[in-house]
Design a protein around this ligand. Sequence first.
Ligand SMILES: Cc1ncc(COP(=O)(O)O)c(C=O)c1O
Length: 422
Amino acid sequence: MLAGTSCGGSPVRAGKEVRADGSTICVTGDPGGAGPGRGGPGDRGLAPVINPSTNYERQADGSYRQDRQYTRADNPTFEHAERLLAALEGAGCACALFASGMAAATAVFQSLLPGDHVLVSRVLYWGVRKWLAEFGLTWGLDVEFTDTSDLAAVEAAIRPGRTRLLWVETPANPMWEITDLAAVCALAHRAGVRVAVDNTVATPVLTRPLELGADLVVHSATKYLNGHSDVLAGAVLTARRDPFWERIRSWRRNAGAVLGPFEAWLLQRGMRTLFLRVHRASDSALAIATHFHGHPAVAAVLYPGLPSHPGHQIAARQMHGGFGGMLSIRLAGGAGHALAVLPAVQVFKRATSLGGVESLIEHRRSMEGPSSPVPGDLLRLSVGIEAPADLIADLGAALDAVQGHQAAAAPRTPAAGQEADS
Ligand SMILES: Cc1ncc(COP(=O)(O)O)c(C=O)c1O
């Protein structure tokens, strides 16, 4: 059996060795304990089996074998993927897969009670912000956005006895702000506040929030965990099987936001190469960020791996082996230039989402709509696993084309593309 890792206060081995264990767990598909999710005894297949059954037969005495009744409650195929992910985030943790990242995130919020005060990262994935504004409020949650990278702001925003959850995303979409997880968890716990961390962007390859004190971890497994842009999936992990965890599991069972067995199988297959993909994407993102930092067409490169990033020191402490594959660039020529870069790229794909093998480029403000707080001059890049030199050449040519075109057009249309930033 493979050596596991631990969370919830048990000692943890040094970063390098733990990460090697994680990559081996992914490649072998064996999280330990119940084995690699293969078929029955004697089955030596290297790939796990898919069990699509929705229901299970009762034995003559009316009982169920292994307590299995109905797939809305549990299913061997998604249980295998759950054990794999739990082994990556830390042994002793439990995992529940959901039909999407949003289903996972909202299961956490909907397990709270009306009137509960919730503190949420001011910069975070737009879908979560939108759901909180549209449905969290009608659910009765008292939602407050705060800058979680500012510990004093978090401390001031906590309402003792009323704040039930602190929701942190780090690095946070799409500005890639960094929250100090160990510090914010210690601060929240002193006030009895539970901390949930959206670890979609860092993945357990780079950051393991449960070991830094977080109570819950949430993933859009649609992104890096699956990694091939062909599965929608989500996950919630817990450091403890406490009553709040049971409520989340009960929510999934009763609301029915489960992952299908085929999707769970694809997810575990994608996870076999998770470590390779995340390390490659991180290395390439750092190369791209470094290359375009200071480029005349670029006003700013937002990437925690750059020493100039305000969260760099913290990121270097809590992210191991890289700073992730996500970065944004702000165009010196404003929103018009940002939009003009999009049709000029050839290797980057113009698409939303992130964490797949292919590199993506997106104008977030257009995607999020008029209420978006994202600056209009910002392009978000999800760096894939293509040759980094091709990505740099592609983006460089697109920036040059836009700059050259602007320079030629400037005498006739001096204000073209110079939309005011938000
Ligand atoms: C950081 C983050 N969390 C959650 C989600 C939601 O995940 P899904 O699209 O799988 O519902 C996303 C989707 O982009 C995301 O980027």
